[in-house]
Design a protein around this ligand. Structure first.
Ligand code: SF4
Ligand code: MG
Length: 315
């Protein structure tokens, strides 16, 4: 069973349809240009694997990645054109930044392979620093002289250096104070507007999802258990897992009446995938049917789908 593509696809920058490694079994989605899609889940949900597979960093065993109508990973290796249009913002910028290299050299690295002159590299460094809101003298700093938020900005500068169309951001605000998180998300939003970027944000942080994404997919053991517009899902989560994740977050809206239940237990190992609905070992609503039959994808309208026999909303 494939996860169906939702609704009519208009200008789709990016879509994926596949059966992946064991980690990501069966997902299909598309991201429209200039929007942000969030992949949400606990560790082991397959969200990082999926993000990496999209960039060609992990092989796609059986499936297709389409980008602007092409299949850039078809040959098993990303096509050079594709690599120009996609970029990754890594999870831990400090450790992903080489400690012996200046900020200037780090953020202009993507240009060096293009044989750019020193003068042009310098100009690029200044342009990129300004773009991410860092003073120009930061060009001469080293990673250990940067705060967490400044290191993130350097990571963003690297990611946007070659003017990509799609950026995969893995936990873009992990390890930052809440106020700095907000600054980085605002920076990403501003750059999205100014540069027309499309984001795929991988995170377990629902506050980030709510702040930044247009659509979200909640992953559990390699499947999308719920997928749809972010606002709609926060307002009317259908899947008990989504509901549990939302309940585990600080709730800003006390009037909301929902059957929220805190999540218990851990994601089972992929080697011991439960029969039927994979969430039944943790689901407070599980019934016999759930243990026997894996739920199909149910479309409840408005591009909102879920995989649950007994959804909390939308029948
Ligand atoms: Fe829970 Fe059953 Fe729905 Fe799975 S199918 S999430 S076990 S109610
Ligand atoms: Mg991860």
């Amino acid at each position: 069973v494939r996860f169906p593509l939702m609704g009519p696809i208009k200008a789709s920058l990016f879509q994926i349809q596949n059966r992946f490694l064991d980690a990501v079994l069966d997902v299909s989605f598309r991201v429209r240009p200039g929007t942000t899609m969030a992949l949400v889940g606990e560790s082991g949900s397959g969200k990082s694997t999926l993000g990496r597979a999209i960039l060609g960093l992990v092989p796609v065993a059986n499936g297709t990645v389409r980008f602007e109508g092409e299949e850039p990973l078809k040959s098993g290796k990303p096509s050079p054109g594709y690599l120009r249009h996609v970029a990754m913002m890594f999870q831990d910028p400090i450790s992903s930044l080489s400690p012996r290299r200046s900020v200037k050299s780090l953020i202009t690295e993507p240009f060096v392979v293009h044989g750019m002159s020193d003068r042009d590299l310098h100009a690029e460094a200044r342009r990129l620093l300004a773009l991410v809101g860092l003073p120009k003298d930061f060009a001469d700093r080293y990673p250990h002289q940067l705060s967490g938020g400044q290191a993130r900005r350097v990571g963003v500068a690297r990611a946007v250096a070659l003017s990509p169309k799609l950026i995969v951001a893995d936990e873009p605000t992990a390890g930052l104070d809440v106020s700095v998180q907000g600054e980085i998300l605002n920076l990403m939003t501003r750059l999205q507007r100014e540069l027309g970027l499309t984001y795929l944000v991988i995170t377990h942080n629902l506050a980030v999802v709510r702040h930044i994404s247009d659509e979200m997919a909640i992953m559990y053991m390699g499947r999308f258990v719920e997928y749809g517009p972010t606002q709609e899902i926060f307002a009317r989560a259908a899947h008990p897992y989504t509901d549990g994740l939302i309940a585990a977050q600080p709730q800003p809206d006390p009037d909301k009446r929902r059957a929220e239940v805190a999540l218990k237990g851990e994601v089972p190992s992929l080697a011991r995938r439960p029969q039927g609905c994979e969430f039944h070992t943790r689901c407070p609503y599980a019934q016999g049917l759930c243990r026997r039959e894996r739920p199909e994808v149910h479309d409840i309208g408005g591009h909102h789908t879920h995989r649950c026999h007994f959804p909390l909303t939308g029948g």
